[in-house]
Write a protein that binds this ligand. Structure first.
Ligand code: CAA
Length: 522
């Protein structure tokens, strides 16, 4: 069945984006909204996005006119009688979706496919409301729909194989990469993304780190295109909350229980970009996610002499960096100096070595998360003067810095490793292959490398060590390395699996990292 004529029900941000994707691929689109106000707002979103493409020279006026000409606004579901496929993109409420499916049964051709863009609800529960459950399928796009290349094609025990094939082929015609998954809460991408975003919100609300530092830790420390708080604003805090509620019901545990701050901001109507404010304000140009934290004018001059205290062999790289910047380094705590730096690992732990050196108030912990990002850690007795001197040192070294609480994982590791753990656990559960996981996160969420590749690059041994420290520090089983991850570490195995039927059957299948290419490796 070749799909040429499609309907889109619900023209919010995602619906309008999906309608644009269809129309750009040459399909005829009927876009339906509940009332004329919502319909014209949705058409304006679509028109604005295409207009931006024209002004950036990505579309000609002619192409613009043709694409717009393929989208017909429809006032009622009755206008979808001729559609080959209808996708519903209405709010994440099961009762609303089931009602729409029941109504579509009355107007659509019996062979038409009914797709749902649900982010998290059970496609099976939605399909069961239809008189043709075999033709109901999940077709899950990612925000912004015109940009992100992933479509999760979600089949249920009821789905006819021909419907799965038709939607998979359609996704390819749209220029997207389909990943086929079965009906489990959050599918692949949201089940990995949302717990990590939730954790970031919790770190903010507990004062673990500031908003800008959390986002900078992820963009500069992990290389993702957006920080988690900026991404929550893009997705919408209300949408994120409903996905988390579904994940919480299905899986349970602290990773999924929504951070109270998400609920408070949603209750306050600060749901992100679409409402003009979330974690950030959107008065026009603001995008969030990146800030020069220590560029302020009041910074003191950099220290002339630094005492470097080695904690677990972490200081060699730091010592050469500091020396190369023309700053004296001494290893002797009794020697006078302007600042004491405790070189720490991602497990943290400043107070012990700082106290042992007898200079706790002058000591600041420093961990090089990458060659360009430092994590600064104060102990409970670190003075403001020492912290300011450490910031000046960082600026002198040409690094960016984030300040973290002194807890296992610090900031970058606390955000990164639990997500890598979740990814390996998903592979270990047999829900997705490691290749599917990496495809989903690179093409759906713009990761330069998928979590499995990130884990291979960071080293499974390091990840297991940090996760064990987090588990021991918080007593939360959500941080314990998954059994498969522990096996990878014990066997010295790479987590990057070959994409083959054998890998699907045996998640422990592995090969050397050189044999695997991620779509956007760096
Ligand atoms: N609509 C249409 N196009 C858009 C757009 C939008 N809202 N935002 C950006 N673009 C386009 C731009 O026009 C530009 O196109 P060209 O290259 O053709 O000129 C391109 O995207 C890049 O945009 P920018 O240069 O302005 O910005 P950027 O390089 O910082 O990229 C981004 C912006 C694509 C959003 C990038 O930051 C990114 O990939 N972020 C991660 C987004 C993500 O994770 N999405 C998934 C969320 S989860 C989800 O959606 C599922 C769910 O169910 C909750």
């Amino acid at each position: 069945m070749e799909i040429r004529d499609v309907g889109v029900v619900g023209l919010g941000t995602m619906g309008a984006g999906i309608a644009e994707v269809f129309a750009r691929a040459g399909l005829t689109v009927t876009a339906v909204e509940a009332d004329s106000g919502a319909l014209s707002r949705g058409m304006a979103i679509l028109d604005g996005s295409l207009g931006r493409a024209v002004s950036r020279g990505k579309l000609t006026e002619d192409e613009y006119a043709q694409i717009v000409g393929r989208v017909r606004p429809g006032a009622a579901l009755g206008s979808l009688a001729g559609a080959d496929l209808v996708i519903e993109v209405v709010p994440e409420r099961l009762a609303v979706k089931r009602q729409i499916l029941a109504e579509l049964d009355q107007v659509c051709r019996p062979d038409a496919i009914i797709a749902t863009n649900t982010s998290s609800l059970s496609v099976t529960a939605i399909a069961a409301a239809s008189a043709r459950p075999g033709r109901v399928i999940g077709m899950h796009f990612f925000n912004p729909a015109p940009v992100m290349r992933l479509v999760e094609v979600v089949t249920t025990v009821l789905t006819e194989p021909s419907a799965g094939q038709a939607v998979t082929e359609l996704a390819r015609r749209l220029g997207k990469t389909p990943v086929q998954v079965t009906d489990r809460a959050g599918f692949v991408a949201n089940a990995l993304l949302l717990p990590y975003l939730n954790h970031a919100a919790r770190l903010l609300e507990t004062g673990y780190a500031t908003r800008d530092d959390i986002d900078l830790a992820v963009t500069a420390g992990i290389g993702l295109p957006m920080g988690p708080l900026a991404l929550l604003d893009l997705i919408g805090l209300d949408t994120s909350l409903s996905v988390l509620e579904v994940l919480d019901r299905e899986f349970g545990g602290t990773r999924y229980t929504p951070a109270p701050l998400l609920r408070r901001l949603t209750d306050a109507g600060r749901v992100g970009r679409k409402s003009g404010a979330g974690f950030y304000e959107y008065s026009g140009a603001a995008t969030g996610g990146d800030s020069a934290v220590f560029d302020n004018e009041d910074q003191p001059p950099p220290p002339g002499t630094v005492t470097l205290i080695d904690h677990q062999d972490r200081s060699a790289e730091l010592a050469s960096l500091i020396a190369a910047a023309g700053i004296n380094v001494t290893r002797n705590p009794a020697h006078p100096s302007d600042l004491v730096i405790v070189a720490i690992g991602p497990e943290g732990g400043v107070i012990g070595p700082a106290t042992a050196a007898g200079r706790a108030a002058e000591s600041v912990g420093l961990h090089l998360a990458t060659l360009s990002l430092a994590e600064l850690v104060a102990s409970p007795v670190t003075s403001a003067r020492a912290l300011a001197a450490a910031r000046a040192l960082i600026a002198r070294l040409g690094l960016r810095a984030v300040r973290s609480a002194d807890r296992p994982g610090l900031l970058v590791g606390a955000l990164l490793y639990p997500q890598l753990r979740d990814a390996v656990a998903m592979v270990g559960d047999g829900y997705a292959t490691s290749a599917d996981v990496d495809t989903a996160m690179t093409l759906g969420c713009g990761y330069p490398r998928g979590p499995i590749r990130l884990l291979a690059d960071a080293g499974v041994g390091t990840a297991v060590e940090v996760l064990r420290a987090m588990h021991a520090g918080y007593g939360d089983p959500a941080f314990a390395p998954s059994p498969l991850m522990t096996q990878y570490a014990q066997g010295g195995l790479s987590p990057v699996a070959r994409e083959s039927p054998a890998a699907r059957e045996s998640p422990a299948g592995h090969e050397s990292p050189a044999g695997h290419e991620t779509p956007a490796g760096r």
